[in-house]
Design a protein around this ligand. Structure first.
Ligand SMILES: C[S@@+](CC[C@H](N)C(=O)[O-])C[C@H]1O[C@@H](n2cnc3c(N)ncnc32)[C@H](O)[C@@H]1O
Length: 376
């Protein structure tokens, strides 16, 4: 009986970073794959696979499919551009033995025989996805889910219990656990995008369920909003989330061109919704792009880049993304361009900015945050 190790997959995170000690899968992926490998296939299998971080689960099924006579199709769903690139990169090293279709997190799910599901970090997103699954499948379809224990508080299990039938769990192994459940008959999506009024600002905002800081103003964002007083023509909101920084910038500087970038499909969709809703007459001055940092953006495109950098990649705390954002910003800024960031005081981002930029200035600070300008 093959196990995860015996499949001998070559898996990398995306993008590949020199001397990266982080691996592209975790024990929750291993547990889920090994359970699937132990379930004998008696007929063709249509699989829906959701939140597969760097494509490890799809690659494992693809490899195992070499030895299986039944046809396997995978409809692969993710909110993340990075995850989708990770899947493509890791699959490119082998032959394709399955039918594979990739979709974003807002696309409709097709009918399947089995749903494989990695539990996401945000509970509202999990609730939305369980509603998506229930709403698209016949009642009684098997859901096999997995997650790391640290990312599965009691609320995760409660939500499975209330949204699915026949809920049970495995014992924990290597700090991961499986969840077994069946879909319930339901056609309703009750988890709608949030809708709220930003305190002290004249904006009505909304976010899809996987977007950073839903229904409230992040304190770092709030501090940055007070420091957008630099005039520039071409401006980027890098890691835009719901787009509030760019929205407020454009309100203050109505003749600027704004570009919003995020790797999350739901973030980009939310930023687009918020610009249309609050500054619809300026929408032709905006573009919205789902990408990894500024991948695919031409050199010297911007005069100013605004950024509240993330410190997670998928479920792992990491400064890689902030570093990549700084490098990409340097490349995409014009000669006299400026990167303005807000950062937690304890993060020593100056160390990464100094080798790239000619000057780093402290713009403002409070008990928790600093605002820095990096000048080209
Ligand atoms: C701290 S949040 C800031 C959101 C928003 N700008 C704000 O200030 O409220 C960081 C954002 O970076 C996005 N992000 C994470 N990794 C990214 C990547 N590799 N490329 C682009 N955006 C990324 C996240 O999806 C998230 O929306």
């Amino acid at each position: 009986m093959p196990n995860f190790q015996s499949l001998q997959l070559k898996l990398n995170r995306y993008p590949i970073v020199a001397n990266d000690s982080l691996q592209a899968w975790n024990a929750a992926d291993e547990l889920l794959i090994e359970h699937w490998l132990r379930s004998p296939l008696t007929s063709p299998q249509r699989i829906i696979l959701i939140n597969d971080d760097f494509g490890a689960i799809a690659c494992a099924i693809n490899k195992a499919a070499q030895e299986i006579s039944h046809r396997i199709s995978i409809d692969w769903f993710s909110d993340s551009y990075v995850a989708m690139q990770g899947l493509q990169q890791n699959l490119a090293t082998t032959d394709l033995n399955v039918e594979l279709r990739c979709h974003n997190s807002l696309a409709d799910l097709p009918i399947a025989d089995l749903v494989l599901y990695k539990v996401p970090k945000i509970l509202r997103y999990q609730q939305f996805q369980l509603e998506q699954i229930n709403g698209s499948q016949t009642a009684g379809t098997t859901i096999l889910a997995s997650g790391m224990l640290r990312a599965m508080p009691a609320s995760v299990f409660k939500s499975f219990e209330s949204q699915c039938d026949d809920f049970s769990t495995s014992l924990a192994k290597k700090k991961a656990r499986l969840i077994f459940a069946k879909t319930q008959k339901s056609r309703q999506i009750k988890v709608k995008p949030t809708s709220w009024q930003a305190q002290d600002y004249p904006y009505q905002l909304s976010e899809h369920s996987n977007v950073f800081c839903q229904g409230k103003l992040d304190i770092g964002t709030r501090f940055m909003l007070q420091h957008l007083d630099i005039k520039a023509d071409r401006v980027a909101d890098l890691g835009c989330g719901n787009g509030l920084l760019g929205l407020h910038y454009l309100t203050q500087h109505p003749s600027s061109q704004l570009s919003f970038f995020d790797e999350s499909c739901m973030a980009v969709a939310s930023a687009n919704d918020n610009l249309k809703r609050n500054l619809g007459e300026k929408i032709n001055q905006c573009q919205f792009v789902q990408t990894n940092c500024l991948e695919g953006v031409a050199d010297k495109s911007f005069d100013l880049i605004l950024c509240n950098p993330p410190f997670h990649q998928q479920n792992t705390v990491s400064e890689h993304i902030a570093q990549q954002m700084f490098k990409d910003s340097r490349r995409c800024l014009k000669n006299n361009g400026r990167l303005r960031i807000v950062a937690n005081r304890h993060l020593n981002y100056k160390m990464y900015l100094k080798p790239l930029f000619s000057n780093i200035n402290l713009v403002a600070s409070n008990a928790k945050f600093v605002i820095l300008d990096a000048l080209c």
